[in-house]
Design a protein around this ligand. Sequence first.
Ligand code: NAI
Length: 345
Amino acid sequence: MKIAFFDAKPYDRPSFDKYGEMYGVKFKYFETKLNEDTVELAQGYDAICAFVNDIVNEAVIDRMVQMGINILALRCAGFNNVDMKYAFGKVHVLRVPAYSPYAVAEHTMALLLTSIRRIHKAYIRSRDFNFSLSGLTGFDLYGKTVGVVGTGRIGRVFIDICRGFGMKVLAYDKFPASGLDNGDTVRYVELDELFANSDIISLHCPLTEETQHLIDNEAIEKCKRGVVILNTSRGALVDAEALLNGIKSRKVGAACLDVYEEEADLFFEDNSGHILEDDTLARLISMPNVIVTSHQAFLTEEALENIAETTVKNLVGFSENRQCPNELCYRCQTTEDCKNGKCFE
Ligand code: NAI
């Protein structure tokens, strides 16, 4: 199989080359992102492999169909960048539903600890032999309440980590997981109760029409003063303007963002020599209590191995059997629910 691999980065290649060789799949790595202007590069390939900021809209899907390509292998879990409804019946969308929930959950805790213990400030100070402690006072996590929105794979690992710190957990999920609520240290509550009673709020739900701007002015208004907001899920879960206002008014005590609503043209690239056009992001980054990482929560050796292995197995499995347990369907979102893609028939 020959695969057109978009938005390729040097760290992708070793694991994809390894599993490609094992399963007879050849990747052509294109540095450019996939969009309606670049889809042409896939001419002559059997499938397209795409990542989180590649755009798979109607125009891209139409061109794929014209070129006879009906497999899109996402090497990520989220699929909000794909017009799933339009892809239905035209292009089979395969994904990597889980590669390392630990990678993302551990990065979330790393951001939280960095922020509240002022490690990002201390690191810079001590490099300059400034050993003053002024302004570095943090707070204990022990006994604090963390609100976790989305209790899927990553959310549950994050909850376990928080429980290890002796924190109480308020959870919210559209589809609560059975056996998680123990009526004591972990309780499912409605969103408003979570907002009102959490010292820290961490987002681990997918981006959908329903969850877009879940954290907006109104939500921030309902939060405790000094709340710490963590987003390692998808940028548009948070209204960045509202977050900035919350920071400015001191209602939000700190924010840690691994994702940003308008990240597509910025994240994963070195923009240090460019003028940043996005004033909201520039202002957020300038705040002493905001930490931004560039969608790197997934980036561990274990996750990269798992992503490559699952993507290659998805491609080979689908081309041989015309079905794959990791195929997505817009009607029910996962094939676990739609019995191996039966609703495509
Ligand atoms: P998952 O599918 O295991 O869990 C998502 C949970 O969100 C489910 O329990 C689901 O019921 C819940 N949910 C769905 N709609 C909801 C709603 N309207 N309100 C509240 N909860 C809702 O997904 P997983 O693996 O835990 O990933 C979570 C998110 O993390 C992904 O959607 C993705 O956007 C993000 N992610 C970020 C990465 C990064 O590098 N920063 C890497 C991997 C995933």
